[in-house]
Design a protein around this ligand. Structure first.
Ligand SMILES: [Zn+2]
Ligand SMILES: [Zn+2]
Length: 227
């Protein structure tokens, strides 16, 4: 079904190079994806020798408990994220979701999957939320409920990508609200790109205040903030 949809939307050609393929990407472009190495900090998914918790997380523990990321935010991953996020190429979402699914650890059971919410205005302007589109196939594959209304963005914030690193934390403070108690739940929060982690940290703090026991981030692409 997915194959049919894909070839109908992309005319049987690779999304990136337009070479012939029955998949979203041809084998060559697929091999070019900047998949992250296995040695990552389990908490924040930045490179870390032997996969130990990194110095940054030791110095200041984030509110989330773990992060799984599939790709580095470099070409051509950035082009795919951009197409999904700004050009409405929603047919990319199942493919990107599958890349992330491959990376999830054996212990992946969660009580619910929460995509990072957009504000009402953001959703109205874009018409869809790319995090929801990535989360949808993940939740389906794991048979976990996809919660679209449990966590809300209650304050419109400036786009994190338009702010200097140092201002991102303050920008998202108090931006989210959780409806209803989460008594002891294990929650996965899904987003397209993680950079400073400020948004995910704020969401994790909000979910934990509502009673979540464990919050893990599942992000498609990880980019490293400067030291
Ligand atoms: Zn290609
Ligand atoms: Zn870390």
């Amino acid at each position: 079904m997915l194959k049919t949809l894909t070839s109908r939307l992309f005319g049987g050609s690779c999304f990136l190079c337009r070479g012939g393929t029955q998949h979203i990407l041809c084998d060559r472009c697929n091999a070019d994806l900047p998949r992250l190495p296995p040695q990552l900090c389990p908490r924040c998914a930045l490179a870390s020798p032997e996969g130990a918790t990194c110095g940054r997380c030791l110095a200041r523990a984030p509110q989330f408990d773990a992060t799984v990321a599939a790709l580095g935010y470099a070409f051509p991953a950035d082009a795919l994220v951009h197409a999904l996020k700004f050009r409405g190429d929603l047919a990319l979402a199942p493919f990107l979701g599958a890349l992330l699914l491959e990376r999830l650890p054996a212990l992946r059971e969660v009580d619910c999957v929460i995509p990072v919410p957009l504000s009402r205005r953001g959703l109205r302007e874009r018409g869809y939320n790319q995090a929801v589109e990535i989360a949808r196939p993940l939740a389906a594959a794991l048979r976990a409920p996809l919660e679209l209304a449990l966590c809300e963005r209650v304050r419109d914030t400036a786009a994190q990508s338009e702010l200097p690193w140092s201002e991102r934390e303050r920008n998202v403070r108090g931006a989210f609200a959780v409806k209803g108690p989460l008594g002891g739940a294990k929650v996965a929060v899904v987003d397209d790109v993680m950079t400073t982690g400020a948004t995910l940290d704020e969401i994790a703090a909000t979910l934990k205040r509502a009673g979540a026991e464990r919050v893990v981030n599942w992000v498609l692409a990880r980019t490293a903030p400067p030291d």
